[in-house]
Design a protein around this ligand. Structure first.
Ligand code: HEM
Length: 428
């Protein structure tokens, strides 16, 4: 959101630099005085948490890579060496593995927050699209990272997922097989595959970091959405980012890190699969190949469709459909808070995503498969039918006159706790 800069460098070096490369000014204007809606709730703290988690993953990953050996003979043992012989190696490795789960937890909460409050609607479409791009990059990165352990689940997950490309044989015979062999660098998952997965797993987090910069830039042009979904109408509706949201984000981050620490120190393997402690064996397929928990809903969608090519198309569509959400939702109102009918469909969608996650962890047979199909159908109907149709038919509830009104009520006097200078500004 454009606002006048109040940055005044005090030191002569600060003034010198400001005239040449105004990084201090940009940081001050974008992260100190940036006008932020006064009513943001705790769901708005996850962007900062995600930024922190990205930094944790990069920092721990870079040091892990110093000890990791990307060969089929060395990979599994090097991970065990990190766990047992490298100083603080267990902490590094568990922080990175549990950190991956925490990163996805935060990303899903952040995405559902955006869906609930309509943060994808104009003028924030590009911001949303960049977010979906980050999600795709995160999925690719986590998949490649998991393969590096070279345990049974790693190896067979790579085999299953890379094999999906062979479904293209149904379009052009031979094309899929050629593509898979090109990805593998041979006729089976092996040394060249592992080496390229390692190389790309190292590269992608830096691509994510680049897209995050664009994401935050695209956020700071229109400014934040807020729980009411209505636009900022004047200075009364906002507070400076610092100290109001630095404190709130800091507190939320602390709580999040506490949860992270509980998992990390008391149950580091809770979310993992025990089969990944068995070294990869290309001659023995595990009875149930399951991905990490954060991929399970998509895995359920893949297996709900009996045809391989159609299953792959459904899998890709289940994520790609998010790109089109700004145009699928026809409602004039952003926040679901004021959408009495859509609200129900939204919560059924949340339940659907969780149930699909459970179904993805079960064998694709009997009732699991039938429910998998029903919930997959609702997953797509939500985007393709509910969003456009309910948006047109529903009569939204009455919106508050302004963000301030939604916080203080229509005729509330300003609270005494508001400092004198701010009271004056708010009365003006
Ligand atoms: C590495 C991953 C990500 C990082 C570091 C990140 C960072 C941020 C930050 C710092 C904010 C502002 C604070 C907040 O609203 O929480 C934000 C806002 C936003 N993000 Fe993300 N984000 C990430 C992933 C995503 C994803 C996956 C999506 C959606 C698919 C997304 C969609 C949005 C939207 C729509 C907003 C605007 C929220 C609003 O103002 O209402 N982001 N992001």
């Amino acid at each position: 959101m454009a606002h006048a800069s109040s940055y005044q460098p005090t030191s002569s070096f600060g003034q010198w630099l400001d005239a040449r490369l105004p990084v201090g000014r940009v940081m001050h204007d974008q992260f100190m005085t940036f006008p932020t809606p006064r009513n943001l709730n705790y769901w708005w703290t996850f962007g900062g948490i995600l930024t922190f988690m990205l930094a944790v993953q990069i920092a721990t990953g870079v040091v892990l890579a110093m000890h990791y050996v990307p060969t089929p003979e060395g990979a599994f043992d090097s991970v065990e060496t990190i766990m047992r012989d490298v100083n603080w190696g267990w902490l590094l490795r568990y922080s990175h593995a549990v950190g991956g789960s925490m990163f996805f937890l935060a990303a899903y909460i952040h995405t559902f927050r955006g869906l609930y409050y309509g943060s994808y609607k104009a003028p924030r479409e590009v911001l949303w699209i960049l977010g979906v791009l980050i999600l795709l990059l995160m999925i690719a990165t986590a998949f490649m990272g998991y393969s590096l352990v070279w345990g049974q689940m790693s190896f067979w997950a790579v085999t299953v997922i890379t094999n999906l490309f062979s479904s293209l044989d149904a379009v052009i015979p031979g094309l899929g097989t050629k593509l898979v062999q090109w990805i593998w660098g041979g006729f089976a998952v092996g040394a060249p595959t592992l080496n390229r997965l390692f190389s790309l797993h190292y590269l992608f987090p830096f691509l994510i970091a680049g897209v995050v910069v664009l994401h935050i830039w695209a956020l700071h042009v229109p400014g934040n959405n807020n729980p009411t979904g209505i636009d900022v109408k004047g200075p009364r509706d906002t507070v400076p980012f610092h100290p109001y949201y630095t404190i709130k984000d800091g507190f939320a981050l602390l709580m999040f890190v506490l949860l992270f620490a509980v998992l990390l120190f008391y149950a580091p393997n809770l979310l993992g699969h025990s089969d990944n402690y068995i070294p990869a064996n290309p001659l023995q397929t595990p009875p149930h190949i399951v991905p990490e928990w954060y991929f399970l809903p998509f895995y359920a969608v893949l297996r709900a469709i009996p045809n391989k090519l159609m299953g792959v198309i459904a899998l890709i569509s289940s994520i790609a459909i998010l790109f089109f959400v700004p145009w699928l939702d026809t409602s004039k109102v952003r926040s679901t808070r004021y959408r009495p009918i859509y609200k129900w469909f939204f919560w059924v969608f949340v339940v659907t995503a969780i149930v699909l996650g459970y179904l993805g962890s079960q064998p694709p047979e009997g009732w699991y498969l039938i429910f998998g199909r029903i919930f997959t159908a609702y997953y797509f109907l939500f985007f393709l039918v509910v969003m456009p149709v309910v948006g047109l038919l529903e009569k939204p509830a009455k919106l508050p006159g302004s963000i301030t009104e939604s916080v203080l009520g229509p005729d509330e006097p300003l609270p005494l706790s508001v400092p004198k200078a701010r009271q004056r500004e708010q009365v003006l």
